[in-house]
Design a protein around this ligand. Structure first.
Ligand code: 6PG
Length: 457
């Protein structure tokens, strides 16, 4: 029987421990918090200990310790303590949303002591952890081979195949998880914008909005996040009886993965403007100047209508663009850091268990299987034709939102991204001319190689 030490019996840790126990693994659980230990001990299959030393003592060598604590300081301190207690050949698996550069640093640092450090992206929330998450593993290939049996056993399944895979050394897994989260930011923002158009632009009631959202997720546009949207739109607040989202503050939180993805994209030179808009939309939602701007500028005049199918098309097209940008980011990261740049693999792993699970990933996986070097997900034949079909409604939606003063950073910037990519000759020759005009930065010419200057005298 495989024995695993699990540190962190919070919501995710306890659920994953129970999932491991379901697969007949022996799980030794430790949490600093006595209340969390008591809750974990309610499941008699788990061995709960009150100290790290006790846990290490119960693990057969080579030991495997799975960290299910928050990213940042908790992972840092648990890793520091384990460093003193573990022996060469042992392994630490970090199942948190850790910053990928931290994972690289920890991998190098632990390697000096002979301990394998594995960054593991775990997606799917509590339900996923309990019933089957999507797992994105980094670390050495040999390390992955060692833990693969139990990773595959606990993972979600799509078409009978486990949604667990290896994405390259050190931070390969955490980087793919970060890209997953950045796409998640984009898709969630796109859905939020579409709901706002229904409510503020078209003035629909909540039951009608729920019906519209059911249409958005019909057939091959089905996704977990759209199912969740339908659920939310049908819910009322227990205390007031009002629709649930009416009583929730519009200030969105974020734990960092979205911003890290944008930072990485900037450093690798990959354009992910739509994902960046989604991160900034959350930042803006909490910005103090909103109140003053609302008071001074008020609501704009509204005119014109919108076909309901237009909005669904806009949402689906914007969703495709979010995925496309995320895949471009994974490819760039893999090229820079020697990770696995097989995008079909990421699409396959995300088909079940994770927050991004969606029917469209079947088509994306097939597209990258057929053409691994596909320049951009949007040019895959089936996807390009979907984009073309959605385009008229997408444009009308963006125009409608603009004329009604409804902010649609993701629906709009995804369209701008497509337009920028598809324009034969972009607007940027003008930028090059200005750069040369004020700073003698030089420009390339269309008719001969090399850098050139205009005569500005
Ligand atoms: C998942 C989620 C999960 C979590 C994010 C949310 O894949 O299960 O992405 O990791 O929801 O941490 O991040 P924010 O707090 O930044 O929205």
């Amino acid at each position: 029987m495989t024995t695993i030490g699990l540190i962190g019996a919070g919501v995710m840790g306890r659920a994953l421990a129970q999932n491991l126990a379901d697969r007949n693994l022996d799980v030794i659980v430790f949490d600093r918090d006595a209340a969390a230990r008591s809750r974990a001990a309610e499941d008699r299959r788990l061995t709960v200990v009150s100290g790290l030393g006790a846990m290490i003592g119960k693990l057969p060598a080579p030991r495997t310790v799975l960290l299910m604590v928050n990213a940042g300081a908790p992972v840092e301190s648990a890793t520091g303590e384990l460093r003193m207690l573990l022996a060469p050949g042992d392994m630490i698996v970090d199942g948190g949303n850790s910053f990928w550069r931290d994972t690289q640093r920890r991998t190098t640092d632990l390697a000096k002591t002979g301990v394998d450090f594995v960054g593991l992206g775990v997606s799917g929330g509590e339900e996923g952890a309990r019933r089957g998450p999507a797992l994105m593993c980094g670390g050495t290939e040999a390390g992955y081979a060692r833990i693969r049996p139990w990773l595959e056993a606990v993972a979600a399944r799509a078409d009978g195949k486990p949604c667990a895979d290896w994405f390259g050394p050190d931070a390969g897994g955490h980087f793919v998880k970060m890209a997953h989260n950045a796409i998640e930011y984009g898709v969630m923002q796109a859905i939020a914008e579409a709901v706002q158009i229904l409510q503020n632009g078209l003035g629909l009631s909540f039951p009608d909005m729920k019906r519209e959202a059911e249409g958005w997720g019909a057939g091959n546009r089905a996704s977990y996040l759209l199912e969740l949207t339908q659920d939310i739109l049908g819910r009322s607040d227990r205390e007031t009886g009002k629709p649930l989202i009416e009583v929730i503050s519009d200030r969105a939180g974020q734990k960092g993965t979205g911003g890290w993805a944008i930072d990485a994209a900037l450093s690798f030179g990959v354009a992910v403007p739509t994902l960046a808009e989604a991160v900034f939309a959350r930042t803006l939602s909490g910005s103090p100047e909103r109140k003053d701007v609302v008071e001074r500028l008020g609501a704009p005049a509204r005119k014109g209508g919108l076909e309901r199918t237009d909005l669904g098309d806009a949402l689906f097209a914007a969703t495709l663009v979010c995925y496309a940008q995320g895949f471009q980011l994974i490819r760039a990261g893999a090229a820079q850091h020697g990770w696995v740049g097989d995008l079909a693999r990421a699409a396959r792993v995300w088909r079940a268990g994770c927050i991004l699970r969606a029917h469209l990933l079947n088509d994306v996986a097939s597209a990258y299987e057929r053409t691994p070097a596909l320049a951009n997900m949007l040019v895959a034949p089936g996807i390009a034709s979907t984009i073309a079909a959605c385009e008229p409604g997408w444009r009308r939606t963006v125009a409608f939102a603009a004329s009604h003063g409804i902010a649609t950073p993701v629906l709009s910037s995804s369209l701008a991204y497509l337009d920028a990519l598809r324009t034969q000759r972009g607007a940027t020759a003008m930028i090059q001319a200005m750069r040369d005009g004020f700073g003698a930065h030089g420009f390339e010419r269309v008719d001969k190689p090399g850098m050139h200057h205009a005569d500005w005298s």
